[in-house]
Design a protein around this ligand. Structure first.
Ligand code: SAM
Length: 264
């Protein structure tokens, strides 16, 4: 813990838990491994804990920060880097496509405010063609759901919708003491790398979303019950799926087959 507690008063409504553990900051920077030829986007730079390591690589760096009070400090610290640009706005309305217009894919990094993490990830999953990869610090439980395997309680909508587009790696866990103020939950760092060539080229995402939402609507119920109206027992059986099984036992490939079988 080498960084002193920050002077800015952390705001709960912006999910401000600032990283203060230099070893954790280095570990994230190593995992990202930014290069001068790349274009990085940092979400919620806060007081710049990660920003310094990213900017020092010489990469093109756009940062998006909602809290206006943090803007002067960020500009003072990082305007010296000619390829640094700050966007003082809400990332949930940010136009990633406009940023990637030059044809270069983006690398997205962020120690995310926990309240926006899931909607933001779903939003970015709509733009995977623009993205080289994403590194996020999240609540550990969310990382466990993103990287889950079939058969357990963590396997569900978030993991399936992420894993059909991206390779997901749970990199390492981070304890509450690494932050100021310490959050109530444990955190973890995850890497999402969109597939350039999809393992499932024939999958309609809207249908997959419908099937997954229905299949997990009531986790304790059988697929037969949850998928009533979308697909019948005979069709399930023809896909090799036991209608009496629960959604959490089905692997991703089976959800894709299901999505390809239902009507629009
Ligand atoms: N990156 C810094 C660090 O690791 O110390 C700060 C991380 S803190 C968990 C989250 C940051 O995201 C804060 O700076 C907060 O103001 C910012 N933030 C919160 N909601 C945001 C939003 N909707 N759009 C952009 N930034 C946001």
């Amino acid at each position: 813990m080498t960084n002193p507690p920050p002077r800015h008063r952390p705001r709960k409504r912006f999910g401000q838990n600032f990283l203060r553990d230099a070893a954790v900051i280095d570990r994230i920077a190593d995992a990202v491994h930014a290069r001068a030829a790349q274009h990085l986007v940092e979400i919620g730079p806060g007081q710049g804990a990660l920003t310094g390591a990213l900017a020092a690589s010489g990469c093109r760096l756009d940062v998006i920060e909602l809290d206006r009070d943090l803007v002067p400090g960020l500009l003072a610290a990082f305007s010296v880097y000619p390829r640094f640009r700050l966007h003082s706005q809400d990332v949930l309305t940010f136009d990633f496509a406009a940023l990637a217009r030059a044809g270069q894919t983006l690398r997205v990094v962020g120690n995310l405010p926990y309240n926006i993490a899931t909607p933001l990830i779903f939003r970015l999953l709509d733009h995977t063609a623009l993205l080289q990869d994403m590194h996020f610090m999240l609540q550990r439980e969310v990382v466990e759901r993103l990287a889950a395997a079939p058969g357990g309680k963590n396997w569900g909508r978030l993991g399936i919708m992420a894993q059909h587009l991206c390779a997901v790696e749970h990199l390492f866990d981070v304890p509450p003491e690494a932050f100021y103020p310490p959050p109530r939950v444990h955190s973890a760092v995850v890497r999402l790398t969109p597939y350039r060539a999809s393992p499932w080229p024939h999958c309609d995402r809207a249908r997959l979303r419908r099937v997954v939402q229905a299949a997990f609507a009531q986790r304790r119920k059988t697929l037969r019950n949850n998928l009533k109206g979308l697909i019948d027992d005979a069709s399930l059986a023809s896909l090799g799926i036991d209608p009496g099984a629960r959604a959490e036992t089905l692997e991703l490939a089976k959800f894709i087959e299901l999505a390809n079988r239902i009507d629009d």
